[in-house]
Design a protein around this ligand. Sequence first.
Ligand SMILES: [Fe+2]
Length: 428
Amino acid sequence: MDREAQRIMNVLFVIVIIGLWAGGGHAYNRPPPRQTLFTPHADSDTSPQQVHISAVGKDKMRISWITDTPTPATVHYAASPDANGPSTTGTTSSYRYLLYKSGQIHDVIVGPLKPNALYYYRLGDSSQVYNFTTPPSQFPIKFAVVGDLGQTEWTKTTLQHIANSNYDMMLLPGDLSYADYIQSRWDSFGRLVDPLASQRPWMVTQGNHEIEKIPILHRKPFTAYNARWRMPFEESGSDSNLYYSFEVAGVHVIMLGSYTGFHSDSAQYKWLAGDLQKVDRNKTPWLLVLLHAPWYNSNTAHQNEPESYDMKASMEDLLYQARVDVVFAGHVHAYERFTRVYKDKADNCGSVYITIGDGGNREGLASKYIDPKPEISVFREASFGHGILDVVNATHAQWTWHRNDDDEAVVADSVWFNSLSTVPNCKV
Ligand SMILES: [Fe+2]
């Protein structure tokens, strides 16, 4: 080995030692970002693509899909595999963004449906048969939770793990496609998630990557998001697709918008206060909140952003008084779980805060943490993965975080939660 090679070896050795030291001796080799995938549309212009479903009210489902050319917004559905049941008609829309014109976006609400039941469905004129399973009407219910998905090879791995989890419903705290102004990436993302999102309800809220506002050229925010991912906001008395709530199997879920008004005079704040008032913990013992920009975060990424600290300053009291069980956020591309907290201190009646922005997007991981670790942060790790919240009954739920470890899903964090509605000193 010549002198130059020896010098390089020495430098590499020092880097490895520093890396091991900085990682606290953790044996896991954190994965690098992976490239953006493009998921093509192989079929004809009239064939359905980008199919996803979302729960509406207690026994209905919205089916959303896109065709390149006009086709009827009708769904045939049945419990039998031929899907030869009643037909329901919905609405069709499209949008423009700079030079891009979207396909025909169809939304049809079907139901009433039985809980925990398998249905088969056909879209428009197509003979292709899809199927979905409705969520249960009572415990147990299993949620998959992951944010900042994007569309890379890591996203694909995360989605495969989620598909294997036998989940009932997806909860996504923002940053879906990472289209970042290139609208064909929204179509590609829709096709990537279609195999999962056409079979189980995907309930989403939006992140900063959904804003896509351009000064002068495209002033309206959330154009693609609102057109493509319509959520059941009217049903919860909200006037905006950017915040809403719904109830499923004894769980009240609130989706908030980090990038729309959240101060005490805002429409969102007033809606949230009213929605929390309506929560009946006898009917829904569990109360979850999802939003994008985390209120608690000990990663060096995304510190001091007003969407985090201003929203927290404005709304934390509301969530605390309502005894919200868990608040899920994304934005930071890593996993972190806090203990129950309120105003930055451990509090037995506060919410557990979890950052789960580790879906696998092209920007890669947020690997640097504030040192030393704050006491209220229980577990933090910068790896891709997903979470599963298995709500077993009115009092107990198990949370597990699954790291994508060399493409295998490995349970790296696991904890049981007690619903705050059953903790004597915390009762509302
Ligand atoms: Fe984000």
